[in-house]
Structure formats: C-alpha cells, structure tokens
Design a binder for this molecule. Structure first.
Ligand SMILES: Cc1cc2nc3c(=O)[nH]c(=O)nc-3n(C[C@H](O)[C@H](O)[C@H](O)COP(=O)(O)O)c2cc1C
Length: 225
C-alpha cells in the first residue's frame, strides 16, 4: 500500500469485526509507529494497549463513570475551545448531523443518540484499545507531536488491513481513567484509539467526511510556474 492510498482510505471507523489482534501484532505496529518524529526527539507519549478482559474492564468502568457524570468529569483540558467559532463550529455540527443521518437516527431521538455515543466507551467493539498518555508537564508542542504519532499509527493500521478511530471522548473521564490505569502522579490520558478489522457492511463506516478545499485553507506566493 502506498502512502496516498493509506491517507485516502483511512476514515474514523466506528464498527469492527469480531477478529482479534495479537499482542505480537500490536507490538510490531507500535514499534513502527514509534518512528514518528517529535520535537527534540522527546517521544512524549506513552501507550497503554488493552485487549480482552482488560479492555472490557475499562469499558465497564467507563459506563459507571458516565452514569455518575453524563457530561463528563472535570478536566483542565477541554476537548474543544470554549465558544467554538465558525467555520469550525459549523464543521463540527455538520459531521455530527451526517453521522446520525448515516446511522438513521433522527435528531429528536435523544435516547438513541446517547446510546450511540456510549459505543465510544466500548471502543466501538474494536479488539484493540489504545490509550495515549501524556505527562501534564508537557506543552502544546508535545500534544501536537503526539497527534503525529497517532496519525502514523492510523496509517500503519490501514496497511495491515486494520482500521481505527481516534477517540478524544476519553478525555471526559480523565480522573477515573487515571485511577483505573494506575497512571503516575503527573500523567493523564490524552486520547484513546479503537483499532481492529473494519466491518465494511456497517452503515456508519460508509460516512466519508468533507474537507475544505486547498483554496480555503492555504495561500501561495512566489511560485514561478
Ligand atoms: C484526535 C482525534 C480525536 C477524535 N475523537 C473522536 C471520538 O472521541 N469519537 C469519535 O467518534 N470520533 C472521534 N474523532 C474522529 C473525528 O470526528 C474525525 O476524524 C473527523 O470527523 C474526520 O473524519 P474522518 O476521520 O473519517 O476522516 C477524533 C479525531 C481525532 C483526530
């Protein structure tokens, strides 16, 4: 698979086949992903990879934590900036609307929307659950570099015939995750990632998200051609 194919075919995959990924495969995948660059070669991330009972245990914990705090636990690192502005807010709303349309869940069916959202906290039943852990003392640069790591993992997953969904929703449960995963004093979960073989028949996986055109986000100067 070439890079352009991996980039184009990767989508956030939200339904998976019941087909395991072995620890050896996960280790090999992470070892290649570790070639991701980071400023100063800090490699600021730490990874916790879970499967089987360990994955089920974190999902069970998450359901309980969500019941107690349906809008999420307190965090100093909110998922989006406050009062998100356009065009970003509009894009966020559009992808949400498109996802529920793809799923056939009407806007007014709050129960079904909530139930769908809860799927996040079961990693959409993917066989491999990954948490990216950061030290709170790291700054915005290291967060960005960890994003590059995540994208590298997502592209490498494509090459293996796997699919993935990055999951910042796990940021809603940072205190509970910190306790459950026995993180160090200054560590926190930044993001989760569901990984597995995609269920190509699932309607939700047919959603192809939109992007702004090059003219909308880039400007050019000084070219001779
Ligand atoms: C860091 C990060 C975190 C994300 N968190 C979630 C999440 O918690 N749940 C979810 O369903 N999608 C999540 N997404 C998926 C985005 O909604 C998705 O990337 C975006 O809509 C573009 O669609 P695509 O990934 O299919 O190209 C996340 C994406 C990124 C990059």
């Amino acid at each position: 698979m070439d890079v352009i194919q991996a980039v184009n075919q990767r989508i956030s995959t939200r339904a998976y086949l019941d087909k395991p990924i072995t620890e050896a495969e996960a280790r090999d995948w992470l070892a290649t992903g570790q070639r991701s660059p980071s400023g100063g070669n800090l490699q600021p991330w730490r990874v916790i990879a879970l499967a089987g009972d360990a994955k089920t245990a974190v999902a069970d914990m998450a359901m309980k934590a969500l019941m107690a705090n349906p809008t999420g636990e307190p965090t100093d690192y909110p998922i989006y900036p406050e009062n998100l502005w356009n065009p970003h807010e509009e894009r966020r709303q559009t992808i949400g609307r498109q996802m529920f349309e793809t799923l056939g869940i009407p806007k007014e069916d709050k129960g079904a929307r909530m139930a769908w959202f809860a799927n996040n906290f079961r990693f959409f039943d993917a066989p491999l659950a990954v948490f990216i852990i950061l030290d709170k003392r790291m700054g915005h640069g290291q967060w960005a570099h960890s994003g590059m790591f995540l994208q590298t993992l997502a592209l490498l997953a494509e090459e293996r015939g796997w699919a993935s969904c990055m999951q910042e929703c796990w940021g809603m449960l940072r205190p509970s995750l910190k306790a459950h995963l026995q993180l160090g004093e200054s560590e926190m979960v930044w993001c989760g990632m569901a990984v597995g073989y995609p269920d190509k028949d699932a309607a939700v996986n047919t959603l192809r998200s939109e992007r702004a055109t090059v003219d909308e986000f880039a400007s050019f100067a000084g070219f001779q051609d």
